[in-house]
Design a protein around this ligand. Structure first.
Ligand SMILES: Nc1ncnc2c1ncn2[C@@H]1O[C@H](COP(=O)(O)OP(=O)(O)O)[C@@H](O)[C@H]1O
Ligand SMILES: [Mg+2]
Length: 384
């Protein structure tokens, strides 16, 4: 059996280890492949064509749009970090992004973390000592998987730093508080200022000790000398984030960090502002696509259709567009239109809502037109 080396460079490593995170945070920005004319595309050799298509697919896979919601969240998070860094003895704040799946939580926290990482490295360098023994790791990032307990969360934080406790059986004999102490030491030693915990909803919460888990989480974000940023689904509802007022929580609320819980919403078309934002998003994607027969406004023209297909969910939208772009490249169609997209299926949730929503939107458009006609007639009648 022969194996071929991937041309695309090393596979992406897990963002839950410092090496993987550093790769992600320090990778230079990608450059957009040139948009060739159909003639230029036809003139490429087989090898050139393979490389060009690969570059385009990778580019499309990494399109990142700074939507209004993303910008607002980044601003808020920036404020929280700044004030935590400046006032050592003030009550610190922790932040959480609480939103349904596929609305861009991970995208937003990862990119925020990456910018912060770069800024801190520029300020304080890559190493914290002269001998280059201790790396500067401004951000710790873990994504929870399985059903970890709080102890498991400490382990994952230690795992990020490749701490020896995670390698052997040592941790089995270590008590939760020793693991917590070891994790706190890593955070201090590497001057970590931001700890991102993604998919927090996977944290195991038994009904019996759910409050206990939530309190431990609050302790953790309070005790560690870094800003905690959580992301997950229904965090507030589960009682995982926010100002807990249960049990001892009520008395301790004063000393705990202030929580800022932010959310991400799907796009809507019910107001003009929402429709404009949706169209701006589509125009942004339009601009980013590299297809030889594409044109400006190609997706904006499909605005309603794309909304019906994706229910205004950015994850479903990007999924649909990426698949569409890949197919347009593969089949030589080199543009995205309704006929091409009609054939592409995306996640089940979006597909089941599609028919209903398409019908509803058509009704809305009909009603708007009828309303406008009535207004015009009234206006004419009044003028007459
Ligand atoms: N601002 C954005 N720009 C481009 N694509 C985005 C953006 N936000 C989310 N996406 C896309 O949507 C999908 C889901 O995003 P993700 O961050 O994983 O959501 P969540 O963590 O909320 O489940 C991903 O494929 C991602 O590429
Ligand atoms: Mg996510």
């Amino acid at each position: 059996m022969t194996t071929t080396q991937p041309q695309a460079g090393p596979r992406q490593r897990s963002l839950s280890t410092y090496e993987g995170w550093n790769d992600f945070a320090e990778r230079p920005p990608r450059t957009r492949p040139d948009t060739l004319s159909p003639e230029q595309l036809a003139a490429l050799s087989t090898q050139e064509r393979v490389e060009y298509d690969l570059a385009r697919r990778q580019w499309h896979a990494n399109i990142l749009l700074r939507t209004r919601q993303v910008q607002e969240i980044e601003l808020q998070l920036g404020d929280i970090l700044d004030s935590n860094l400046q006032d050592a003895d003030r009550v610190k704040s922790a932040a959480a992004i609480d939103a349904p799946p596929a609305l861009g939580k991970s995208t937003v926290v990862n990119n925020f973390g990456r910018v912060f990482h770069q800024q801190r490295i520029a300020e304080a360098g890559e190493w914290l000592d002269q001998d280059r023994d201790v790396r500067h790791l401004p951000v710790c990032h873990v994504t929870l998987t399985g059903r970890p307990t709080i102890k498991g969360l400490h382990m994952m934080i230690l795992g990020f730093y490749a701490h020896p406790a995670t390698a052997g059986i040592l941790h089995r004999s270590m008590a939760g508080r020793d693991l917590a102490r070891a994790a706190a030491e890593c955070i201090e030693r590497h001057d970590t200022r931001l700890v991102i915990v993604d998919d927090l909803h996977f944290l195991r919460m038994n009904t019996r000790d759910g409050v206990e888990v939530a309190n431990q989480l609050k302790w953790l974000s309070n005790e560690y000398n870094a800003t905690f940023l959580f992301a997950g689904v229904a965090l507030r509802k589960r009682g995982l984030v926010g100002e807990g007022q249960t049990g001892e929580g009520a008395a301790m609320a004063q000393t705990f960090r202030r929580w800022t819980v932010l959310s991400l919403e799907p796009f809507t078309l019910t107001h003009k502002r929402g429709r404009d934002e949706w169209d701006r998003l589509l125009f942004g994607i339009d601009q980013a696509l590299v297809l030889t027969d594409g044109r400006d406004g190609m997706l904006v023209d499909l605005s309603r259709y794309l909304f019906a297909r994706t229910t205004g969910n950015i994850g479903s939208l990007m999924d649909l567009i990426r698949r569409g772009a890949s197919r347009a490249i593969r089949t030589g169609r080199e543009r995205i239109d309704r006929e091409l997209l009609d054939d592409i299926r995306i996640d089940e949730g979006a597909e089941t809502e599609r028919r209903e929503l398409e019908a509803k939107l058509e009704r809305q458009i009909r009603n708007q037109r009828a309303g406008r006609r009535r207004k015009n007639q009234d206006g004419e009648a009044a003028a007459a």
